[in-house]
Ligand binder design. Structure first.
Ligand code: GLP
Length: 239
């Protein structure tokens, strides 16, 4: 595991954006695995600057997760977040961008469809990840076992409260989401984990140095052979 220390969240965003653009410059039809949340606002903000002269026309993307019950047009859906913060800023073809459909009539079928889609794309070349306050990656919440494939998850109170800022209050945060599973995440050729802020120092230390356990889902990354962690000094401070 390589750990890159960023000065602050802006620097983290720039370092991750450089890797993002560099990957696409190297492989035009890259399959990018993408994340959302506040951490990635900094990354996507920096992507245009680092992508000058880089074309995204052949790039395909698959996002980690989506809330159940939010229309794509809802400003809190991850589809809306991605369109607003990234896809509208680069020359990607909209039909090449994929997220789970949280409005699907049959959620189990939707999970299967998403796994099949990722498989058909040949898996992700590079998977970007944020880290939840409870150690979740994507929306793989702490549990008794690692759930391998795309699935519907009941969001914990901790996660709903961490995301309440986007929604205005915790009551408005959906109770469920569809998330890519641990196996798909771990099959990425390369993984970049982005973490900032003192409030994540404790959980980041467990992810990096604690036992590999489904009660800290991000700890599974210790078993991947190509992980880069980009974290600011506050998140990396010893706890
Ligand atoms: C959210 C998302 C994750 C994200 C993580 C951290 O709930 N589902 O994909 O990486 O939790 O979010 P944030 O960056 O806002 O702390």
């Amino acid at each position: 595991m390589e750990v890159i220390i960023a000065k602050d969240s802006t620097d983290m965003g720039r370092k991750a954006a450089a890797i993002f653009a560099g990957q696409v410059a190297k492989k035009k039809d890259t399959v990018l695995g993408l994340a959302t949340g506040s951490t990635f606002l900094e990354v996507y903000k920096a992507v245009p600057e680092f992508s000058r002269g880089v074309s995204f026309f052949q790039v395909r993307t698959v996002n980690l997760d989506e809330y159940v019950g939010l229309e794509a047009s809802n400003k809190n859906s991850y589809r809306h977040y991605m369109n607003k913060n990234l896809f509208s800023k680069i020359n990607i073809q909209q039909q090449n961008t994929h997220l789970p459909n949280g409005m699907a009539g049959n959620i189990d079928e939707e999970c299967l469809r998403y796994d099949t889609l990722i498989e058909k794309l040949g898996g992700t070349d590079i998977q970007f990840l944020g880290l939840g306050m409870n150690g979740h990656i994507g929306f793989n919440e702490p549990s008794g076992s690692f759930i391998l494939s795309t699935h519907c998850v009941n969001l914990s109170e901790n996660t709903r409260s961490a995301n309440a800022g986007f929604f205005g209050c915790i009551e408005a945060v959906p109770k469920q989401a569809i998330t890519m599973g641990i196996k798909t995440i771990m099959q990425a050729k390369k993984i970049v984990l982005c973490v900032t802020g003192a409030q994540k120092a404790g959980i980041l230390s467990k992810v990096l140095y604690g036992p590999v356990t489904p009660s800290v889902p991000g700890s599974i990354l210790q078993s991947h052979n190509c992980v880069t962690v980009i974290a600011d000094s506050k998140a990396l401070r010893s706890v």
